[in-house]
Design a protein around this ligand. Sequence first.
Ligand SMILES: Nc1nc2c(ncn2[C@@H]2O[C@H](COP(=O)(O)OP(=O)(O)OP(=O)(O)O)[C@@H](O)[C@H]2O)c(=O)[nH]1
Ligand SMILES: [Mg+2]
Length: 228
Amino acid sequence: MDSSLESSTSSNGNPVRCRRTCKIIVIGDAGVGKTCLTHRFCTGQFPSRTEATIGVDFREKLLDLEGEKIKVQLWDTAGQERFRKSMVQHYYRNVHGIVFVFDVTDPTSFCNLPIWMDECRQHSLGVDIPRALVCNKADLVTSTTASVLIDQARHLAEVHGMSFYITSAKGRKGDQVDSIFVTLAQRLKSQRRESVNELVLQCRSESFSIPAKVITPQETKKKWTCIC
Ligand SMILES: Nc1nc2c(ncn2[C@@H]2O[C@H](COP(=O)(O)OP(=O)(O)OP(=O)(O)O)[C@@H](O)[C@H]2O)c(=O)[nH]1
Ligand SMILES: [Mg+2]
């Protein structure tokens, strides 16, 4: 499916606004709450029970961002090595946004973040791809150890230019969970607007060159398009 052209004409033949899909991968150690977070965002509910994700689970939600419909497709990946091996190549293809998750009650899941970041790098996902760092299970925070961890996480996010969220997939309010994905989608939307503006400028400055050379629409599309 070409997400940028999901529905290009209306019944009266007039063009309708394209609906775009953005692929966001959610990664982190096993048990940090990736499935619960994505489930919460897409259904508004904390799942009554979850099992370890095998390979990847997909969830989608349609957002209306200032009149533009954007389909957020979440790739809820497996944290356990044995369940992700065969899928890794697929996770990292045509990614528009990355969400790193750790569990505030599990310092190891925080310490392992550089491994996940490294895996992204190895699959050529650069820092230009919008990323968020999520400290999950905030409802279980009791100790001062957690606040040290949260400070360290906030710092890590700053250093790497990531947005930072403290969430609970289980909490009564899901606002913070929603913010993670809505903000990423908004950033992607504005990135696309910028790249279209760049295109306009480039076309103006190249107005005497061969028009066929201006393949930039495709390039723009490539930056923010279909994932299939
Ligand atoms: N208290 C609390 N428990 C949570 C929260 N998020 C997830 N859990 C619990 O943590 C456990 C693991 O959650 P999952 O969402 O399955 O974790 P995951 O990251 O998807 O794990 P893998 O699929 O194995 O990678 C489950 O028992 C959830 O109920 C949260 O915000 N608060
Ligand atoms: Mg899971």
